[in-house]
Write a protein that binds this ligand. Structure first.
Ligand SMILES: [Zn+2]
Length: 485
């Protein structure tokens, strides 16, 4: 009986990610691509698979596919070739799916991850291929039977196949979040796992550390979140090791993740695997992909997050954690840069976007587009603070109210009566009051050299001023008054 632990085995993980492309119309017909329309309202003879209907390639989908491939440093094929993948399923009315078999649109790419490999180098995951295909419809299982909605049938998809380069569930999680972040910069998909526009299958095997040959792999399906991917991989790796250590034999199989029981279960083994009988799609010709088109698409790509991160670190001198958080969402990074364009103090702007705005986004589970605050309002607030018209605490209060109301900083500060008045008469009067009130206590302590008493007196004065003062200015004023009295 061995007492081997998980450290003796190395997991090998490769991920396949399906991304729905948000073109206006479907991959091979003119039907609209839209989520949530009445069932079967977005269909025509082509996507219903009626006899005699002929498909046409959506040029926008090919271009979106190229954007994805180029952003993942892929080569782009010189021609587009489609193949039929034959299988039967109730939500696949044609009895085959049009996909790309031996000539994917994009191949030989890579994705750099913001983590290091075992040797301390930046971790890179190969992108084996990314190919175009059409989505199937949806089966809706009811107690009375199964209904089929074919609105989704024919929606353009790109399947991104990562190399078997990931070595832990955590690396798989980082791969997915990095891939999603990069894709979000391209504007080709809404990338919602909830709506199914981003889907993931995971391939995993284990091998004794140091062995070159891969172990027997399982493919896990039905993964509905990145967290589920990580949990399913952890489960499956433990299961593989247990079988191997127990002297058992693993078989290559497809398994389903059960989100409730937190375990995988067998769906089918390799012996039962479908033979798809791929052959070239006879209703579609071969389409040239001129290099000029490829270069046009390449030139239209935005600055990608890796590059933007380096620029934020270099130009704005931000710390890495802040810079990484900012570039993690293109809209947030755009918002931050809009602020810096209005007020050229990137380090003063950063905490307002990273900490204050970040908290609001987090608490509301919202995107920046859902909030009503503008870069102009943020800068107005920072300038009020810099001018001494707000203190740090009231400024944060006003920030939250600005997010809520969409109003400017001055308007909110006046409405909440938080603006520090220029007239120092009230401040002087309050200081005199506080000094009189605590003459025998804190004031005496301060005279005796107990500095802690100053903080107490500042606090008392701030309270009487209802926060409408700057503690940094109150302190010296109180000290001067005590010395002078
Ligand atoms: Zn259609």
């Amino acid at each position: 009986m061995t007492t081997a632990t998980t450290t003796d085995f190395e997991p090998v993980i490769g991920l396949e990610v399906h991304v729905q492309l948000k073109t206006r119309s479907k991959m091979f017909c003119g039907c609209a691509v839209k989520f949530g329309a009445p069932a079967n309202s977005l269909t025509c003879p082509v996507c219903l698979g009626l006899p005699g209907a002929l498909p046409m390639v959506n040029r926008q989908a090919v271009e979106f596919g190229m954007r994805v491939g180029l952003a993942l440093n892929c080569q782009i094929a010189h021609r587009v070739k489609f193949d039929r993948k034959n299988y039967f399923y109730p939500d696949l009315p044609k009895g085959y799916q049009i996909s790309q078999y031996d000539e994917p649109l994009c191949f030989d790419g890579e994705l750099q991850l913001p983590i290091s490999d075992a040797a301390g180098n930046p971790k890179v995951c190969r992108i084996t291929r990314a190919h175009l295909e059409e989505d199937a419809g949806k089966s809706i299982h009811m107690e009375s039977g199964t209904l089929v909605d074919l609105n989704r049938a024919g929606t353009p998809l790109i399947e991104i196949v990562g190399g078997p380069d990931l070595r832990s569930p955590e690396e798989a999680y980082v791969y997915l979040t990095t891939l999603k972040r990069n894709l979000s910069y391209l504007g080709v998909s809404d990338l919602s796992m909830e709506k199914g526009s981003l889907r993931c299958d995971a391939n995993v095997s284990v091998r004794p550390r140091g062995q070159a040959k891969f172990g027997v792999r399982s493919e896990i399906k039905n993964l509905n979140s990145f967290r589920a991917v990580r949990a399913a991989l952890e489960f499956e790796i433990r299961r593989h090791i247990r079988v191997i250590e127990g002297g058992g034999t693993l078989t290559q199989e497809t398994r389903l993740w059960d989100e409730d029981k937190l375990e995988t279960r067998s769906l089918r083994s390799k012996e039962e695997a479908t033979d798809y009988r791929f052959f070239p799609e006879p209703d579609l010709g071969l389409y040239d992909v001129p290099r000029q088109w490829v270069e046009q698409v390449r030139a239209s790509l935005p600055e990608m997050p890796e590059k933007r991160l380096l620029r934020f670190l270099h130009d704005y001198k931000l710390n890495r954690a802040d810079a990484e958080w900012l570039v993690g969402d293109r809209a947030v990074a755009d918002f931050y840069e809009a602020c810096v364009r209005l007020y050229d103090h990137p380090k003063k702007v950063a905490p307002w976007v990273v900490t204050e705005l970040g908290r609001e986004l987090n608490e509301r589970n919202a995107g920046i587009g859902d909030l009503r605050i503008t870069p102009e309002a943020v800068i107005e607030l920072i300038q009020l603070l810099e001018a001494g018209k707000l203190n740090n605490i009231t400024a944060k209060e006003i920030f939250r109210e600005m997010v809520h109301s969409g109003q400017g900083a001055t308007v909110v500060a006046k409405r909440l009566n938080k603006l520090i008045e220029q007239d120092s008469g009230e401040v002087d009067r309050v200081i005199a009051e506080v000094l009189a009130e605590f003459r025998d206590a804190a004031v005496a302590d301060l005279r005796a050299g107990k500095q802690a008493a100053l903080g107490f007196l500042v606090g008392q004065a701030m309270r009487k001023l209802r926060g409408k003062a700057n503690p940094k200015e109150l302190g010296p004023k109180i000290e001067a008054a005590v010395r002078g009295s």
